[in-house]
Design a protein around this ligand. Sequence first.
Ligand SMILES: Cc1cc2nc3c(=O)[nH]c(=O)nc-3n(C[C@H](O)[C@H](O)[C@H](O)COP(=O)(O)OP(=O)(O)OC[C@H]3O[C@@H](n4cnc5c(N)ncnc54)[C@H](O)[C@@H]3O)c2cc1C
Length: 451
Amino acid sequence: MSGTRIRTGIVVVGAGLSGLCAAEALAADGHDVEVLEASDRLGGRTRTEAAPLGLELDCGGAYLGNRHTEVRQLADRLGVPLQRTVAPGAALFDLSGRRYRDDADAPFNALALGLALDRIEELTEAVDLHSPGSSPDAERQDRTTVHEWLSTERMTSATTLLIEQIVREMLASEPDEVSLLHFLFYVKSGGGLDFLTAFAGGAQEFRLAGGAAGLSERLAARLDRPVRTGRPVRRICGTTGGIRVEADGFVADCDRVVLAIGPAPERAVEVAIPGVAASPVPASTGGSVVKIHLVYRTPFWRDSGLSGWVTADRAPLRFLVDDSNGRDGLGVLVGFLTGAEARAYRAGRITWAGLTARLADWFGPPALAPVHVTAQDWQRQPWVQGCYAAVPHPGAWLDAGSPGDPGGPLHRVGAEHSPYFFGHLEGAVRSANALVQRIPRPAGSGEQVPR
Ligand SMILES: Cc1cc2nc3c(=O)[nH]c(=O)nc-3n(C[C@H](O)[C@H](O)[C@H](O)COP(=O)(O)OP(=O)(O)OC[C@H]3O[C@@H](n4cnc5c(N)ncnc54)[C@H](O)[C@@H]3O)c2cc1C
């Protein structure tokens, strides 16, 4: 292998939120830490774009809620304030060719919907977060897709439609791509359906001022040594003296490795350390998502009493939220093209003209003329497959272990390596914090430096 060779204590692979959280804390504990990142930027599945009009737009992970205690503590420690996302007005439902406002119409039979959601919550109770494949009904639930399950449940068609929408919205996948077990695990891990789907009081209550990628940038700035970007790790192997990490043009010999790259990218890394098992998170495709922003001079939809929040059951756009708060009076709409729509966007079948036409349908002609638009297609990011998060193939949890880190000289952290808030910023931070507690400080490193 040609290129730079170094010797260090710990190599962290991946400069997303989890890797940088772990790296910063381990360095503060006195470890000699080197961070290798495949891409040319920090933040992984968070990316904040500086847009015209002084805007910072989160093109990846963005929102958090009250229960996301460890990200909130981190933001506080790093001096990143939170902004409320809550938008006033009525949500719009565009379902089965009809339009409903939630302050005026009743799009669903409230009783039928309540019973269906209760049924989901009841099923989640039995799921073992630490070993989903060992849950009491795992064999059946993991071999059944959400779509198949819905076809056997006696629910109204409107309720079925809404649950399918929730799956697309939460997992960026189609209901026939997700096992019932993974859906139930994800719901339980994330704090329940009510919390996961809500803005006010839910998982989307806050946004990080200046953008979510600021967390990673601030963490990296606290390291003694800069992150080595453009260094994709290809191979990790055991040596007589410890572990060797081989990246493009760079080799590091070390005592421990923290893999912080997510289960799908991990498949591209050859791991050859005796006694170290493959990733405990099973084979997965990952969701597909394109996150779009449309910026307007004002949040004009509020003039009609609308919140900007739309749920629709057809292409080109099924989910839209208002992200205007704290933006100097500008109107910012954020849309998510997930699953089939994300793939259609990539194939060129969904265009801005089609998207703004749909918005004009909901909010009137001003929607046709945004002053700025962005689209981040996460399927085009080679190093961060699985967005928002990994979605195990149906049946795959049955052969897998705990999503947590099994321990050993090769550790795994990341949003998919936490039984709690799997797939979220909070899961990424929790997994890193949990790991750091378990790694002893190096001899002679003195008192722990307050973080
Ligand atoms: C569009 C979108 C919206 C989201 N919205 C939210 C939200 O509102 N709230 C929320 O909580 N979560 C959200 N998420 C999820 C959240 O962003 C992620 O869970 C979190 O950022 C994952 O952090 P991580 O450190 O586990 O992994 P990542 O961010 O994926 O970091 C992994 C890093 O490893 C690098 N890497 C990969 N392979 C290699 C290799 N071989 N060698 C070296 N480096 C490598 C990658 O380039 C990357 O930088 C969203 C995600 C997306 C994409």
